[in-house]
Design a protein around this ligand. Structure first.
Ligand SMILES: C[S@@+](CC[C@H](N)C(=O)[O-])C[C@H]1O[C@@H](n2cnc3c(N)ncnc32)[C@H](O)[C@@H]1O
Length: 310
């Protein structure tokens, strides 16, 4: 298959087989959210927890296939949980320039009587070389100002006064605490057991790709990566072994034609947890009749979702 045949598709196949038919060097951004090293059932298949070394061998086989698909300028993000993170790092450090480990505070997690509740996941950020895209201005976080320092002239120092409150645009760190998992009342939620939030994937796509670039997800699940890529004007290819999940992905891609909004991302910025609710309350006084749907993500606040936001 060449580039034109493959971009925009959801491929229903085992990635290890599908990779053989994908073209050389067509991927600008690779997002890998594999089954974690846990006992987990994905519809028809069950993934069994194994020794971290065996998990690293399995993941290494996927990367043996993936490397050929990358460009010298590609970026790679790989999701994992704390116990397998060292094994995942060992796979990545031998192949790529490992640039950071992002920790996503999921908030939700099952409490444990004799342990700390596990409420975080890791996302490793790597590049193929030192020549890579990183659009920091596209992923700034909009935070409410707690200490509104002013210059001697009385002007705000590094924040903006608006009728909706005082805000500062801050550089994003590798600790992501502004994103919750998709819960039942959010429009993006599906039956997939480990669906990633669109907001998380949007940060990665905006930071590490340009409009028109191609994003590959070899473990597509419910289609989050392809859907967000589509909403943000990127090309996409997703591979998923389970047919029902491929159908979920295709349905979401169809829905993205009418609704390009991404929850928690509006007006071109990522909003801190809860601030978008507050902003809309101040702006519209809770008038839910003033809804807007058919916008490209980042252009105007999405009022249809304010009720549902954390
Ligand atoms: C962690 S989930 C991905 C979730 C996805 N990021 C989302 O937001 O929905 C991993 C997915 O990989 C799929 N999978 C497992 N082995 C696979 C393989 N060899 N090739 C392609 N997909 C596979 C599973 O069916 C599962 O849906």
């Amino acid at each position: 298959m060449d580039h034109a045949e493959v971009v925009g598709r959801t491929i229903h196949q085992d990635f290890l087989e599908a990779a053989n038919d994908l073209p050389d060097g067509f991927v600008d951004l690779l997002f890998v959210d594999p089954p974690y090293n846990l006992n987990k059932t994905f519809n028809s298949a069950t993934f069994k927890k194994t020794h971290p070394d065996a998990y690293a061998d399995w993941l290494g086989k996927a990367f043996d296939k993936l490397e050929r698909l990358l460009k010298a300028t590609s970026s790679i993000y790989v999701c994992t949980e704390w116990a397998s993170s060292p094994a995942v790092y060992s796979v990545l450090r031998d192949r790529f320039v490992v640039r950071n480990r992002i920790t996503w505070e999921r908030e939700k997690g099952r409490g444990a009587a004799r342990n700390w509740k596990n409420a975080s996941e890791d996302v490793w950020f790597c590049t193929v070389s030192d020549d890579y895209t990183f659009n920091v201005d596209a992923v700034k976080l909009k935070r409410r100002v707690l200490a509104p320092y002013t210059k001697q002239t009385g002007e705000p120092k590094d924040w903006t006064k608006t009728s909706e409150g005082d805000y500062r645009l801050t550089h994003p760190s590798n600790l992501w605490s502004d994103i919750t998992i998709p819960f039942w009342s959010m429009p993006e939620n599906t039956d997939h057991p480990t669906q990633k939030p669109e907001k998380l994937v949007a940060k990665i796509i905006l930071a590490s790709s340009r409009p028109g670039d191609v994003v590959l997800d070899p473990f597509l699940g419910s289609g989050t990566t392809s859907v967000v890529a589509k909403k943000l004007g990127r090309g996409f290819v997703g591979v998923e072994i389970d047919e029902a999940y491929c159908c979920l992905a295709e349905k979401r891609l169809l829905m993205a034609e009418d609704d390009c909004t991404i929850q928690g991302y509006a007006d071109g910025v990522f909003w801190e947890r809860n601030t978008i609710n507050e902003q809309n309350r101040l702006r519209y006084g809770g008038d839910e009749s003033r809804k807007g749907n058919h916008r490209r993500a980042g252009q105007g606040a999405d009022l249809s979702q304010t009720k549902l936001f954390e």
